[in-house]
Design a protein around this ligand. Structure first.
Ligand SMILES: Cc1ncc(COP(=O)(O)O)c(C=O)c1O
Length: 414
């Protein structure tokens, strides 16, 4: 893997690390533009998993034998690496979960069920992923709290005046997506954190679509909680991260009970392990945790600023190509700093599902559907959108292939 000395990525060298990109369907080379759903994995991450099972496999925290000690050190150190990557103070603030969804549920159950009650308010945005929306909706139903949604404007940006109105002394939690997985909007999470804290509320930032693509510093944002998934940043599935400020995590009750998360158990009662293990009950996803640290090393070595710039360039290029067609409707804000590396769109007269199926004949992988944001799609007045999302190994010529395939799809439906 390599980057050039210049500001841009050495995409050819990066592509060589991803064996799956060599796949062909018929005589057509795979064009993978479904990175917001999950990214592909480089050899380095694949090797980390297989090396672990070949050389180190043992349960963690339990054994005194050499293998268990090595596995424990590697798994625990992975927490340190992730902490450093997102600007947390240390491993105490990094809980490994299954994914962003589980991180959200952990806080909703462990904090929300205990702390929320009638009269309390949870503030979300109209662009939340179901991971956040459904979770807080259900916890609110069980506790009698209310859920309110910060409006979005016509460009898909948050209405910050409305945010300032909604976040008030009744607010206990503000849960916002950092980068929208549909609109590509980058939300002003620092500003929202200030609004939350001015009202003695917590803020939970859903970083599933931001951590893979841009530098993130949880302390600079002043997030109380922050979550992301390993599989969206070149890591394996089955591993996610919950960041929480240490003091808040100390005060919270565990979410799952069982082995490893305890200090002392009697027939009458139990006490809890230190952070972060208090929140990691049972045998964790050891290989995945270790491979996540490898993935973080991989993308960090490329450089998060460069990755952000590369994705912005690709998104900008795609937007320019789409602009040439007046039957393509693009969702979200115009290209720029406040837009991430994905483009959701519809071609007039062609259902997004049909589009995706036709593109599949060209070996172009995009996503079509509601992208786990049904209320947002209702708001946009569409049942589904097509979404092309870019990552470090994508090129402008792949976007050209996408546009050519779109052209043919359009003619099929003409
Ligand atoms: C913004 C956002 N939040 C949360 C999630 C949920 O991630 P996971 O399915 O890995 O839990 C996604 C996944 O697409 C997402 O895009």
């Amino acid at each position: 893997m390599a980057t050039t000395e210049s500001d841009s990525l050495d995409v050819e060298a990066i592509r060589a690390d991803f064996p799956i990109l060599e796949r062909e369907f018929g005589d057509q080379q795979l064009v993978y533009l479904d990175n917001a759903a999950t990214t592909q994995k480089p050899e380095q991450v694949i090797d980390a998993i297989s090396d672990y099972y070949r050389e180190t496999n043992a349960n963690v925290h339990r054994g005194l034998h050499q293998l268990s000690q090595e596995a424990s050190i590697a798994y625990e150190t992975a927490h340190d690496r992730v902490a450093e990557f997102i600007g947390a103070s240390g491993r105490e603030e990094i809980v490994f979960t299954k994914n962003t969804t589980e991180s959200m549920n952990l806080v909703a159950y462990a904090w929300g069920l205990n702390e929320l009650g009638p009269g309390d308010e949870v503030v979300l945005t109209e662009m939340e992923h179901h991971a956040s929306l459904v979770t807080w909706q259900q916890i609110a139903k069980r506790t009698g709290a209310d859920v309110n949604y910060i409006r979005i404007d016509e460009d898909g940006r948050l209405d910050m005046d409305h945010a300032a109105e909604l976040i008030n002394e009744n607010t206990e939690m503000v849960s916002v997506v950092h980068a929208s997985n549909v609109l590509a909007t980058i939300n002003p999470v620092g500003e929202l954190a200030d609004l939350a804290h001015d009202n003695d509320a917590y803020i939970f930032v859903d970083g599933a679509q931001s951590v893979p693509n841009r530098p993130v510093d949880v302390e600079a944002i002043d997030a109380d909680f922050f979550a992301f998934s390993g599989h969206k940043l070149c890591g394996p599935t089955g591993i996610g991260v919950l960041y929480g400020k240490q003091q808040i995590l100390e005060e919270m009750q565990p979410y799952l009970y069982g082995g490893d998360m305890i200090t002392k158990v009697t027939y009458e009662d139990s006490t809890w392990n230190e952070l972060p293990w208090k929140f990691e009950a049972g045998t964790p996803a050891i290989a995945q945790g270790i491979a996540l640290a490898e993935a973080v090393d991989y993308i960090d070595e490329i450089g998060m600023e460069k990755i952000q710039r590369h994705e912005n360039e690709l998104a900008q290029y795609a937007l320019e190509q789409f602009e040439k067609f007046d039957d393509i409707e693009v969702f979200g804000p115009p290209a720029g700093e406040h837009r991430g590396g994905l483009v959701s769109f519809n071609v007039e007269g062609v259902h997004a599902h049909d589009l995706s199926e036709i593109l599949n004949d060209y070996a172009v992988a995009i996503r079509a559907g509601d992208h786990c944001t049904q209320p947002l799609h209702d708001k946009l007045g569409v049942a589904a959108t097509a979404r092309a999302s870019f990552y470090i190994y994508n090129t402008k010529s792949e976007i050209d292939t996408l546009v050519e395939a779109l052209d043919d799809a359009r003619q099929l439906f003409a």
